[in-house]
Design a protein around this ligand. Structure first.
Ligand SMILES: [Ca+2]
Ligand SMILES: [Ca+2]
Length: 242
């Protein structure tokens, strides 16, 4: 029976029978997947930094989400349509997830550790093997800059590579600032004098094959592995030229 509004007549529909076969379409999985994909999409940032996604990838994922939402909203969608929608969106989500930008900072980390260790072990001063005053602070500044790059969660590969280059250069300058032995200054008093000549004389005849070479090798002024007349002559020449 159909009851009309007060502008028309009521109509008796005889024998009308409508049988509706309702097959429940399970959309729970699709619904959950859409929510998950949307939240991953919304949290994602496009860019070239670590953990970011290539430009255009969010729009591609959103397109897949929208298609899935259309299926979810369609009352005529069959279970097969829903399953297909789940499969499509799963594939789109996997493609999106695997496109995340990864930046390799291994080289930078290794270099920072090495630089810091060289910095910490270095002593500033004027003696042989020490570093020029101020050189440690310079190196530390370079290390700090490198650490700042590393601390940036969205660092790009180019930034990481540039930091490696900069710290490598700082380390080269630092290493070059180590105080070298003045040729002929056997006793390391920053002066070439008869005292050095005497030490060469004492070590005269010693060679790198000797067990106690370490004790005398400073007297090997020309570095040829033996203390001989050439070393004496080199020290003498330096003294005479002063
Ligand atoms: Ca000396
Ligand atoms: Ca020599």
């Amino acid at each position: 029976m159909v009851v009309a509004d007060d502008t028309g007549a009521e109509t008796q529909v005889n024998g009308a029978s409508h049988s509706i076969q309702i097959t429940a379409v399970d959309t729970a999985a699709l619904s959950e997947l859409i929510a998950s994909a949307q939240s991953q999409h919304d949290a994602a940032v496009e860019g070239t930094g670590a953990g970011q996604y290539p430009v255009g990838s969010k729009a591609a994922l959103q397109g897949a989400i929208d298609s899935a939402k259309a299926v979810l909203a369609n009352p005529d969608a069959t279970q097969a349509d829903v399953t297909q929608a789940v499969n499509n969106l799963t594939a789109a989500l996997q493609a999106f997830t695997s496109s995340v930008v990864s930046v390799d900072t291994t080289a930078l980390r290794t270099l920072i550790v090495s630089a810091q260790s060289q910095h910490d072990a270095a002593v500033e001063g004027s003696a042989v093997g020490q570093y020029h005053p101020g050189s440690k602070a310079l190196l530390q500044t370079a290390i700090d800059s490198a650490n700042a790059v590393l601390a940036n969660a969205a660092v790009t590969q180019a930034e990481a590579d540039q930091a490696v280059t900069a710290l490598t250069e700082a380390l080269r300058v630092f290493t070059a600032s180590v105080v070298q032995r003045t040729s002929g200054d056997v006793n390391e008093d920053n002066n070439v004098s008869v005292g050095d000549l005497a030490l060469v004389a004492v070590a005269y005849g010693k060679a790198s094959t000797d067990a106690d070479w370490d004790q005398y090798k400073a007297a090997d002024v020309n570095g040829d592995g033996v203390v001989d007349i050439l070393d004496l002559a080199a020290v003498a020449k330096t003294i005479l030229e002063k």
